[in-house]
Design a protein around this ligand. Structure first.
Ligand SMILES: *Cc1c(COP(=O)(O)O)cnc(C)c1O
Length: 419
C-alpha cells in the first residue's frame, strides 16, 4: 500500500553508531575488574573532553541531567528563586531548576537560531530585575546567539548555565559549546552525536566548582576514617564501563559531525523547490554539529492541522502539508521523524510559569494554544516557540542512513505536498 516501499530496516531519527574501540575499552574495564565509578576510562574521557572543548575541568557523571542538576546547585539556586530558561528545548534543560526548588521563567525563541531570543531575555530582566541565573540550550546542535546573550547577562550580573547536551563539537566564533557558559553540561545519551549509552559531564574552568561536583556526585563523603557527611550527596558519578564507550566514541566525533552535516546539506538541496526551510544557524559566526536536521513549513503552505494535548489531526490539501502529515507518512514507510520540542510554556507541567516574549508582558500564558495557530491582533502568531512547534519537524538524521535512503525520504516528504 502506498506510493513507496517501506524500508526493511527502520531509518532512525538518530541512533548510536559504534566503531569497535568502545568494546575494547569496556573489555579493559571488565578484565581488570575496574567495573565501578573509578578507573582509567573515566580519567581519560575527562581529559578528552577538556582537550576537545578547551575547558579547565570536566567531571564525568551518570547523565546530562545530573550535570545540569549539579550546575544549578553550583549556581546556588534557592527555593522560590526565579531562573530564566530556554523555552523551546527538552524538559531536561529546566527540570533541574525545579529539583532545587527554583521557578523557571521561560524566554521565547528567535527565528534565526531557534534558540533563546536575546531581546526577550533583555525584556525579562526589565520585568524581573533580580534574576541571577540563566539556563540556555543550543537546540539541535545549533549555537545560540551567544555574544548578545552574554552582553545581556553581564549587564544584569547573571550567571549562564549552558546546556550543550545536543551540541557537542559545535562552536560559536571559534569557541566550542560547553565552554560558552559559566557552568556547562554535555550529554552522552544514546541518541546524542556521540554516546556512552548514557552519561554526561559538567564542564567548568573553576577548579573548586569541579571539586564540589566530584564530592556531591559521590555521596558527599568528607575526608574522615568513616563515612562522614556534612552536605547532601548524590549518586551521580559515571561508571568506568560507560566511560569506556565514551572513550571509544570520542575519536569519531568529527566524523559523526561531517556525516550529520552532509545529511543536512542533502536535505537542504533536496527541498530546494518546496515551501520549506531547514533549521537555521548563524552562518557567519557559528558552526553547528548538525545533530538533527529539521524543517519548517512556510505558513502559507500549511494544511489544516489540529493538535490537542495528546493527539493530532490534519486535512490534506494539494500544494500544502503539515508536520503531522509528514511524520505519519514517514512512519508508514518505517522512518522515524519527530515534532519539534514542544515549548515548555505549552507543557501542562509548566503552563502556569511565566513566559516572556519580545513584546509580551511576562504574565503566565495559560491555555493559549488552540488549533495550532493562535494569532496576535495583527495576524502574526502569538509567540515564536508556538509557531515553530506548529510548523516544524525533525527529519530522520541517522548517521547510518545511506544517500539512497535519504533521497527516498526526500521524495516521501515531497509527496506530502502533492496530495
Ligand atoms: C539529552 C538532553 C539533555 C539530557 O541529557 P541526558 O544525558 O539524557 O540526561 C538535556 N538537555 C537537552 C537539550 C538534551 O537534548
Amino acid at each position: 500500500m502506498g506510493e513507496f516501499k517501506a524500508f526493511d530496516n527502520k531509518i532512525w531519527l538518530s541512533s548510536p553508531t559504534m566503531h569497535g574501540e568502545e568494546l575494547e575499552y569496556m573489555t579493559q574495564a571488565y578484565e581488570t575488574n575496574w567495573m565501578s565509578t573509578v578507573g582509567a576510562n573515566i580519567n581519560e574521557v575527562e581529559r578528552l573532553a577538556c582537550e576537545k572543548i578547551g575547558c579547565g575541568y570536566a567531571v564525568a557523571l551518570s547523565s546530562g541531567t545530573a550535570a545540569l542538576h549539579m550546575a544549578v546547585k553550583l549556581a546556588g539556586v534557592k527555593p522560590g528563586e526565579k531562573v530564566f530558561c530556554s523555552d523551546m528545548t527538552f524538559d531536561a534543560t529546566v527540570n533541574p531548576v525545579v529539583y532545587e526548588g527554583g521557578e523557571p521563567v521561560f524566554i521565547d525563541t528567535e527565528y534565526d537560531t531557534w534558540n533563546m531570543d536575546p531581546a526577550a531575555l533583555e525584556r525579562a530582566f526589565e520585568i524581573y530585575p533580580g534574576v541571577r541565573v540563566v539556563v540556555l540550550a543550543h537546540l539541535y546542535g545549533t549555537p545560540c546567539r551567544m555574544e548578545e546573550i552574554r552582553a545581556v547577562c553581564d549587564r544584569h550580573h547573571a550567571v549562564i548555565i549552558e546546556d550543550a547536551a545536543e551540541s557537542l563539537g559545535a562552536s560559536y566564533k571559534g569557541v566550542q559549546t560547553g565552554r560558552l557558559g559559566d557552568i556547562n553540561a554535555i550529554s552522552f545519551n544514546g541518541n546524542k552525536i556521540i554516546t556512552g549509552s548514557a552519561g554526561g559531564m559538567l564542564l567548568t574552568d573553576d577548579g573548586n566548582a569541579a571539586e564540589k561536583v566530584r564530592k556531591w556526585s559521590t555521596q558527599a563523603r568528607e575526608s574522615a576514617p568513616w563515612y562522614q557527611h556534612e552536605e547532601l550527596g548524590y549518586n551521580y558519578r559515571m561508571s568506568n564501563v560507560i566511560a569506556g564507550v565514551v572513550r571509544g566514541q570520542f575519536p569519531h566525533l568529527e566524523e559523526h559531525i561531517d556525516r550529520k552535516k552532509a545529511i543536512y546539506m542533502r536535505y537542504q538541496e533536496g527541498f530546494r523547490d518546496l515551501p520549506v526551510t531547514m533549521n537555521p544557524y548563524d552562518t557567519e559566526n557559528s558552526e553547528p554539529n548538525f545533530w538533527l536536521s529539521c524543517m519548517l513549513i512556510h505558513r502559507e503552505a500549511m494544511c489544516r492541522q489540529v493538535r490537542s494535548e495528546r493527539e493530532a489531526l490534519y486535512i490534506s490539501e494539494p500544494g500544502k502539508s503539515c508536520p503531522t502529515q509528514i511524520l505519519e507518512t514517514l512512519e508508514q514507510y518505517n522512518a522515524e521523524g519527530r515534532p519539534i520540542w514542544k515549548p515548555m510554556h505549552m507543557q501542562p507541567i509548566y503552563r502556569m510559569n511565566a513566559f516572556v516574549t519580545r513584546e509580551g508582558d511576562g504574565r503566565a500564558v495559560t491555555n493559549a494554544y488552540i488549533d495550532g495557530g493562535v494569532q496576535g491582533a495583527d495576524g502574526r502568531p502569538l509567540d515564536v516557540g508556538m509557531d515553530l512547534f506548529d510548523r516544524g519537524l525533525c527529519l530522520p538524521s541517522d548517521n547510518k542512513m545511506t544517500e539512497e535512503q535519504q533521497d527516498i525520504i526526500i521524495e516521501m516528504v515531497k509527496s506530502c505536498f502533492r496530495k
